[in-house]
Design a protein around this ligand. Sequence first.
Ligand code: 3HC
Length: 690
Amino acid sequence: MSSSVSVVNEGGVAIVTIDNPPVNALSFHVREPLMQALVALRDDASVAAIVIACAGRTFVAGADITEFGKPMQQPELRAIVAALEVIAKPTVAAIHGTALGGGLELVLGCHFRVADQGAKLGLPEVKLGILPGGGGTVRLPRLVGAVKALKMIVSGTPIGASAAHGAGLVDAVFEGDLTPHAVNFAREMARKGGPFTPVRDRDELLRGTDLASFDAEAADLAGKARGLEAPIACAQAVRNAVTLPFDEALAAERALFVKLVASDQSRAQRHLFFAEREAAKLPGKDVVKRRVARVGVIGAGTMGGGIAMAFANGGFPVTLLETSHEALQRGLATIEKNYAVSVTRGSLSEDAKRQRLAQFKGSTDYADLADCDLVVEAAFEDMAVKKEIFGKLDAVARPDAILATNTSYLDIDEIAASISRPQDVLGLHFFSPANVMKLLEIVRAEKTAPDALATVVDLAHRIGKVAVVVGVCHGFVGNRMLAARGSESEALLLEGATPRQIDEAFTDFGWPMGPFQMGDLAGLDIGWRNRKARGLTAVIADTLCEQGRFGQKTGRGFYLYEAGARAGVPDPEVEALIRDKAAQMGIVPRTIGAEEIIERTLYPLVNEGAKILEERIAARASDIDVVWVNGYGFPVGKGGPMFWAGLEGAARIIERLEHWYRQTGKDVFQPGPLLRRMAETGSWATDATG
Ligand code: 3HC
């Protein structure tokens, strides 16, 4: 008995309860007493059956991720599962909340699994750059079949209790307090009598595996792995479960686990796991948050509509405001169409669609925003327009309402200073499509009140966003760094690279798409308008826009999109235009390799990130990583630009930037103090972060 594991004997059924808040991770101080308890119960004649349950909000959510990368203390999870599996009395796992990773592997060591209706079961290890290392790849296929296990393990997405029941992973689903049901279930199994077959010996489903279709499915999944090693290893391990004897497959799983857990990719993905949780933390935890029951959104265009959907999806009633009845109807019709598409795709039920649409109230009258606790302005990106809107809001909004702007670039301090309650003003920078993209940059203005900030951080979590608090500067964290990348991409075109070459260097690096594909998708006119407002130019992109080539939506941008195709093809006209412009500027084209493309675009990105940290626009380097992975597609396996900079070495980044500045005739590269310090210490810690 320990404080983490307790045992009670209820009329011959032993209930083993794991209690390791917050998520019952299988830390050493759980594993050791758990193993002792199981060994004791195995030999205890007064015990006819065993139930494994958890205290608190969830069943075991996995191995303790903080222990990875350190010497593993015995007993390991594998040994516990093996000890559990040889117990001759019926063993039953009682699952509430989530049984994830090592938690699910533990229950696969039991003869039976029962769950409450809200339970979720899965093996999400792939998201940490590893594979299940406690026998999950070898046991799960024995219960649900190889192809189903492959999909679950490679995606890492958990399934609900009823789906798990249907798949054969769970034996019974109960309503209400689960433990008494699990005890009755265990008692009934003991009464019926054994022998009870451990999962390792249940080979029936595996014998029926069609290896050809398994391989086709695995190849399809591998094609989507974008350079990540873990999904490939997961597929290999599940295949081993089909083709190798149990113990050999288990040993192979172990070997793959050991290799992956030590890899940079897994270190990067574990870094991101903790970085996302860290980013949500604000100093002064005890701040009393404001109540938010209704949200107002101003502007029903692409951005406003998406933001309104994000709140409605999170269960909030939304008042959607437009300037005219026609614009409002257009916006509402688009929202309805978007939900209908989700129904067609099967990701939303007709009933859920009706419920979400019922959350919307349309209006053209600012007075209708008077009962909103949060109003998000998503109008045209123009300071005068924003100030006018905030003036109107100042007049109608309730006294404690939070007033947010969805600006991507504008000075929020200036907006706040234009009204009588600057303490209620902040930025909520959503990413398009706002109902889909995870990232939310929450911009703290100079006078934003701590309770307003804490309220929106909490709210962001409630609507499923990954929130990062940033300070005010042009473009905040993400778009400011993007600008540093963008200017080098243009320069590379003029010096001889093609859009496709640059985009391929990016996709080979692990990005879902390159900068020109992204520009074409987002619409080149957005950047053009923004440059014009700031008196900036980008010779190639500006010329394309002058020719009406705005990207995918006009069928032409950096690429050609024939007949509405989503994938563009290189356009000889664009390549000729680039050569002409270069000739006019006296630039002689040369061959440019992928390494140069990456160094010249991503090292300046890191340099800008370092400046952002120095200026305290971001609180931590890991916050910048969270922004870039969730908002811009920086490859997860590289952990975000600041983590990746650590792998590259800041000294190398400085040296190469000095080199490229010299080569391209720029001023001498001057690294900031933080980049210099990173080169010396290997840490991004600032005075503020310690
Ligand atoms: N190990 C260590 N700490 C963990 C943890 C884990 N497996 N899972 C969660 N935590 C910590 C979080 O870091 C957070 O700590 P903090 O409060 O100090 O920031 C705290 O627990 C609460 O976590 P969340 O904020 O994420 O809580 P939620 O309620 O939003 O989500 C959850 C709960 C769905 C369980 C989510 O935490 C989660 O997905 N956890 C990770 C699950 C996972 O990946 N499991 C596999 C682990 S690897 C493994 O098992 C290997 C095995 O095959 C050998």
